[in-house]
Design a protein around this ligand. Sequence first.
Ligand code: NAD
Ligand code: UDP
Length: 312
Amino acid sequence: MKKILVTGGAGFVGSHLCKNLLKEGNEVICLDNFFTGSKKNIVEIINNSFFELVRHDITQPYFAEVDEIYNLACPASPIHYQYNPIKTIKTSVMGAINVLGLSKRTNAKVLQASTSEIYGDPQQHPQKENYWGNVNPIGLRSCYDEGKRCAETLFMDYHNQNNVKIKIVRIFNTYGPNMHPNDGRVVSNFIVQALKGDNITIYGDGKQTRSFQYIDDLISGIKKTMSTNDEFIGPVNLGNPCEFTIIDLANKVLDLTGSKSKIIFSKMPDDDPKQRKPDISLANKVLNGWEPKIELDVGLLKTIEYFEKNLV
Ligand code: NAD
Ligand code: UDP
C-alpha cells in the first residue's frame, strides 16, 4: 500500500483520481482549499478509513510522509483562473515549490498536472512536446499559462539539481462527471445550457477547434505516466487527438440532449487559441500503447447523464 498525496483532490480531475487510487488499495491524502473543488465530489469516499481530507492552501508549505504526489491544485477554467490572477500564478509557482520541497525531503515521486495551454495559440499543429509554444506573457490567460510554464521549469530544475523524481503531463481539454456546473468550460456550459433550455453561447464564430478527452482516459494516462521507470520524466501530452470545432460540439450536445436551445454567437475572449490537437505518439510509445478509448458521443452521454441527476 502506497501513501499518496493528491493536491486539488476535491476538484474535477482530482476526485476521479482519488477514487481510482483508493480502489487500487492505496492510502490517499486529498489536499484542497475548496476554491473550485467540493466535498460533493468526494462524498462517496469521505468515510473510507484509508482516505484523509486536508483543508490546506498549497501556496503554504505542507508536511507529510508520502510515497507519491500528484500536483493538481490550480483552478483550470478560464473564468475561475482569471477571477484572482495573482492567486492563480501563486498557486502554480509556490504550489510547485512546496510539493517539490516535500518530494526532495521525502524522496516521493511527484507528477505535475501541466496543460496544453503552455503551447498558447499554437503555430504548430498538432502540438508535439518539443514545441515551445506561442504564449502572450501579459494577457488575460497569462496567469495560468505562464504559471504552468514556470511550474514545468521548477520541476525540471529540481530534477536536474536535486535529483527529485518527477513526471510532467500536459493535459488537453478533459471533460466528464464532477465538472462544476458553473465552471465556464465549453463542455459543461453547453450541456447545462441545453438541459436548462437556455441559449448555447458560442464565443467567436465557433470555428476554433479543441480535442476533447473523457476523464477515464486521462486518469489511465496519468497513472501510467506515474508508474513508468524513473528515467522517463516527460513532458508527455495526454489528450484525445480527435479534433472538433466548437460549432460541431454545440450541435452534438443539442442532438444528444434533444434540447430545443438556440445557438447564439458572442465576442471571442482575448487570446483564445484558434486550434488545439495533441500529438500523442510519445504517450503511445512510452505508456504501453496508451490512447484514448472513449469517443466524444459516448463521453458526452455519460456527462449529460451526470448533469441531469445533479442539476437542481
Ligand atoms: P478543478 O478546478 O476542478 O480542480 C482544481 C482543484 O484545485 C480544486 O479542487 C481547487 O479547489 C483546488 N485548488 C485550487 N487552488 C488551490 C490552492 N491554492 N491550494 C489547494 N487547492 C487548490 O480543475 P481540474 O479540471 O480538476 O484540473 C485539475 C488540474 O489539471 C489543474 O492543475 C489543471 O490545470 C490541470 N488541467 C486540467 C485540464 C482539464 O481539461 N480539466 C486541462 C489541462 C490541465
Ligand atoms: N467557449 C464557447 N462557449 C462557452 C465556453 C467556451 O464558445 O460557453 C469556447 C472558448 O472560447 C474556447 C473553447 O470553447 O474557444 C474552449 O473553451 P474552454 O474554456 O472549455 O477551454 P480552453 O479555452 O481553455 O481550451
